[in-house]
Design a protein around this ligand. Structure first.
Ligand SMILES: *Cc1c(COP(=O)(O)O)cnc(C)c1O
Length: 380
């Protein structure tokens, strides 16, 4: 959500939709003739599901994955009718009617979920579109192999479930050398064979890059679309997100001045210090106190002291006096500091940084040669 009607902002999250589209083309061309879907759960990893889906639609993406029914319902009004939304986490009790009315495809992860969906189908007298997730070694979500075998034998299943996809999820796709990847592929293929003609899917972003054997009929990348390649040598994936923060105040401090909560930092000599308008409430990890940095062009500006809820302090002494003023911007994610760099400094993963970026950042969507397009009030 945007702070509607607010004429100013302290920070700006710039989302390059043409880079997103280029990333989709890279993946789509790489996996062809398999279908390239897009995972847009958690508001497209915090980037804004609606603008992301619209941009990917223009590149021919027609299949989208969310985690929850609410996310699907949110997207539904703006989604063209020739698109399919899969709900990865399946349905919570009571969600069946809304899901069936909207034509979403729940990923059924347990026998109980299957039975609830089948009774909805019987009530309606039609086979309902369905996907089945098979548990092959992650122990997260999915139906065990023996139960899937039983289902495949059930003669009334096809009258109630119109199977659109069988899928499983890789636990260690980011570690290509581990034999567990091939193990999961082998186990999955064996069970999926019980549903001849039904498209199969195993690969997230990392899985897509493992080898062509993992593409099957459909791949489900998320993070690679949003600019984080599984391995740095995956050429062609471009950054999508940049983040900049305004300087709220600048002060000249003598040596020995304490900075921030808890006085965890003291200036080692005279320093120029800026307070900038992003804090942990905006998803900037508190872990980055006295660790990370902001950047002005190619000058590194170390974060000093603890991160506050709405601000943090940076040492701007390395920038020539008079070059930075109150109201100017410094980069937090940009050409000098990638999302991966920030995640590394914070000892977490880019997924977590992205999905935490809060609603106070003004979202700006760039698309090719059209100029910056402000977020619609309900864009996020
Ligand atoms: C989140 C998710 C994906 C996408 O994963 P990335 O690593 O972002 O590509 C694919 N499949 C399932 C089941 C997921 O939960």
């Amino acid at each position: 959500m945007n702070m509607t009607g607010c004429p100013t902002f302290s920070s700006q999250l710039v989302i390059d939709l043409s880079a997103l589209r280029a990333n989709y083309r890279v993946l789509r061309d790489d996996v062809s003739p398999a279908e390239c879907a897009a995972v847009v759960k958690a508001d497209a990893y915090g980037l804004g599901a609606r603008p992301v889906v619209s941009a990917l639609y223009l590149e021919g993406c027609r299949t989208f994955f969310v985690a929850q029914l609410c996310e699907a319902l949110d997207l539904h009004p703006t989604l063209p009718v020739n698109c399919t939304i899969f709900i990865l986490n399946g349905l919570d009790p009571g969600g069946e009617a809304a899901c069936a009315n909207a034509g979403f495809v729940p990923v059924l992860n347990s026998r109980v979920q299957i039975e609830r969906w089948r009774s909805e189908a019987r009530r309606r007298g039609v086979a309902l579109p369905s996907a089945i997730q098979i548990e092959t070694g992650m122990s997260r979500l999915g139906i065990s192999e023996p139960v899937v075998e039983q289902l495949a034998e059930d003669p009334s299943l096809p009258e109630e479930l119109a199977l659109r996809l069988v899928l499983t999820h890789l636990a260690c796709a980011d570690e290509p050398r581990l034999p567990v990847n091939e193990d999961q592929l082998r186990r999955f293929s064996k069970v999926a064979d019980r549903f001849p003609g039904v498209p199969r899917s195993i690969a997230n972003s990392c899985g897509t890059f493992l080898s062509g054997a993992y593409h099957l009929e459909l791949v489900r990348p998320g993070i690679a679309l949003y600019g984080v390649p599984p391995q740095s040598e995956c050429l062609g994936i471009m950054p999508v997100v940049s983040l900049r923060s305004r300087i709220l105040q600048i002060r000249q401090l003598p040596g020995g001045s304490a900075v921030g909560y808890g006085h965890t930092y003291a200036t080692p000599g005279p320093r120029r210090v800026a307070t900038i308008g992003v804090g942990y409430a905006d998803g900037w990890p508190r872990r980055l106190g006295n660790v990370g940095a902001a950047w002005f062009r190619d000058t590194r500006l170390p974060i000093i002291g603890r991160i506050s809820m709405d601000s943090m302090a940076i040492d701007i002494s390395a920038v020539e006096f008079g070059e930075l003023h109150e109201g100017d911007f410094v980069d937090l994610i940009g050409p000098m500091q990638s999302l991966e760099d920030v995640a590394g400094d914070a000892e977490t993963i880019p997924y977590e940084i992205l999905t935490q970026l809060g609603p106070r950042h003004a979202r700006v969507y760039l698309d090719g040669n059209t100029s910056a397009m402000p977020t619609p009030g309900d864009g996020r």
